[in-house]
Design a protein around this ligand. Sequence first.
Ligand code: AKG
Length: 304
Amino acid sequence: ATVSLPVIDLSGPRDAVRRAVLDAGKELGFFQVVNHGVPPEVMREMAAVCEEFFRLPAEDKAAFYSDAEENPNRLFSSTIYEVGDQRYWRDCLRLACGFPVADDTNTHWPDKPHHLREVAEKFFVATRGLGIELLRLLCEGMGLRPDYFELDLTAGDVIINVNHYPPCPDPSLTLGLPPHCDRNLITLLLQGDVFGLQVSYNGDWINVEPVPDAFVVNFGHLLEIATNGVLKSIEHRAMTNSAVARTSVATFMMPPMECLVGPAKELVAAGDQPQYRTVTFREFMRIYKTVGARRESVEKAFKI
Ligand code: AKG
């Protein structure tokens, strides 16, 4: 498709940035940001250590493999989505971190590469800071208190999916990830310099072209619910290719399990009903896991 994702320079004047972020958020639900304050060396170090992890001998990686979802940090292969005849072509290293990092109780980290934890924690802190800043800009644009999301909805763990898509001999038979919406508040994706991400737009798929040192930003269902549908959670998928391995790092900001998720009163017009139900994040996750990650089914489950 000819539409492309806006690339927003966050170092511009705040008024203009606020408008650009909100417009892109409403129009496509997906955009890229540059000059965003996360130091390029922190991003590159993170990308490098993740690639190093996936280059480890199979037995080293196998030691960290787990299908137990309750393990916050683990290596697994995708199995949770149904994609009909298509097969998956992805391994995923999941890492979680509580905040402040000094209080994080998660001690289960891969032994190798030895500096992975240190690099990842630096990346977690900087990327979470960017997520908070983007939420502030959105709040200001929508007329919410700038810290509306900071007290509870972003007080949970930050989770990272390091997605690894090896070269695939026949990409027509596989998907890296099937069409899905995210289950969190806001997602910041480091996609590196290999193309693979596509975003749904008017029944078509738009390619997300790699931009050096950029983050791709999108909203999860929780932000759609919390903003009463002002911001939308958009379906996206990852393609495979036959030439080179692709490693992407997706950072998800989550609420604590008991946090209530529902439309902000300020975004429900006087006399109107909210468009979505209010549920705890725990209840949201329970339902999300049963209905699947497609946009329509999640909407149906939570829309009033
Ligand atoms: C996810 O981790 O949920 C993604 O959508 C990643 C997409 C990508 O690898 O570009």
